[in-house]
Design a protein. Structure first.
Lengths: 246, 246
């Protein structure tokens, strides 16, 4: 189908998906560009394709050929995008394997990078606290390099879920810039859950009280970037696992 | 001194510092906010302070009280900034200790994060290839959390400097997403230089040929974010060092 008017009802509807409110209402979100679209297609999450190039049509998925002006209105990027996919949100799955909990992560780039590193180092689930940034923000999706489709990502009350994980036999590790066990000396089991705190203030003090152990990374300055700290911990946890499997 | 006109010559001059061309010409750059300003003051690099709040005056540094409109014109941030420091660029120092070379890093957030992690894990020098992003870009400075003042950061022809480092006894480690020595099995000496490649295409193939060894991090997806990969390597190199000093 061909759409040429910026006032077309479809265009208005798609454009709304740039706002969290409508993404939540409709259960849909947008991905931009070949790479992200292909990952979403692999996971069967694409319901419509919007493009300025008719050769990008894919059999079995409704296709809309639009003008450059419409594409510009829908795109969140400065450089020109050729294709956008309208995707269904992820289905939440059972929480299992290695788990990372994010306590009020605010920066979309950090969340995307944490998701990318979690996939890299064999984590299965990411739990976002209710006050964390929206998973379907375009900057999160871009920074994740499309890895949001490869992980079980759920949003929960963080206090409740920590208690639930404990009853399931998980060991809960908090993170602290000042004190705790030295990361490099730690050994992690299969039922490991790591909590990463907010960029500015770290983890909530009340949440720290629920942890079985605090992890500390020795550094020569105040703190690390939150996604870097998370990634280094994932790397060590994964290294542990591969040691055991030898 | 009080300035109220947007057309004041001082305002025009400061405003130019938002562009790389003028930062290079004048050898000056801007930092925004208390935290970054204080770090720059500690290092004696602040030549002027611009603020909307007269209580922020600091003895010994020329102070300009400006209007909110002027501040808005000078600021690169969405939220309102109260104070801006005009700073002298870093002086390049001798290259020594642990070294990280960046081959065409483009994302300012990545460069800032790499600088922050380099300080955290006791690296002494960062060498930017001539085609890397500008160190004095406001996003670099912000992502570095002011750590740009705590490191020797130089810009060089990367091929020339790699050869120079070799004659100084440095061992040059490249990074590759596909092959190389497993990071976790490696031992690093004091004269270690790590090369991190461009975000999209990694290191140049010709540059790889100059390396003594390639580092590889085993992961479950295509690649890691460049600043995450760099930080994990810094962490391992630093861990090595602290093992040896025991």
């Amino acid at each position: 189908m061909r759409i040429e008017s910026l006032n077309n009802s479809k265009v208005k509807e798609w454009s709304k998906l740039k706002e969290k409110k409508y993404r939540d209402q409709l259960g849909l979100f947008l991905v931009e560009g070949d790479h992200l679209l292909n990952r979403a297609i692999l996971k069967d999450q694409v319901v419509e394709i919007i493009s300025i190039d008719e050769t990008l049509e894919i059999p079995g998925i409704p296709f809309y050929l639009v003008t450059k002006e419409i594409m510009k209105k829908l795109s969140c990027q400065v450089t020109s995008t050729k294709v956008i996919g309208v995707c269904q949100k992820n289905h939440e799955k059972e929480i299992m394997g290695l788990v990372c909990l994010l306590d009020n992560i605010q920066d979309p780039g950090n969340l995307g990078t944490i998701i990318r590193s979690a996939v890299a180092f064999n984590f299965n689930t990411i739990i976002l606290s209710n006050d964390s940034v929206d998973l379907y923000n375009d900057k999160v999706i871009r920074a994740s390099e499309g890895m949001i489709f490869d992980l079980n990502i759920v949003r929960r009350d963080i206090y409740k879920i920590v208690r639930e994980l404990k009853t399931k036999g998980y060991k809960i590790y908090g993170t602290d810039v000042l004190k705790g066990m030295e990361l490099k000396n730690m050994v992690f089991g299969d039922k490991t859950a790591i909590i990463i705190g907010n960029e500015g203030r770290g983890m909530c003090e009340e949440l720290k009280l629920l942890c079985d152990e605090m992890i500390h990374i020795s550094i020569n300055c105040e703190s690390l970037n939150a996604s870097v700290a998370a990634s280094i911990i994932f790397y060590e946890v994964d290294k542990n696992g591969s040691k055991k499997s030898k």
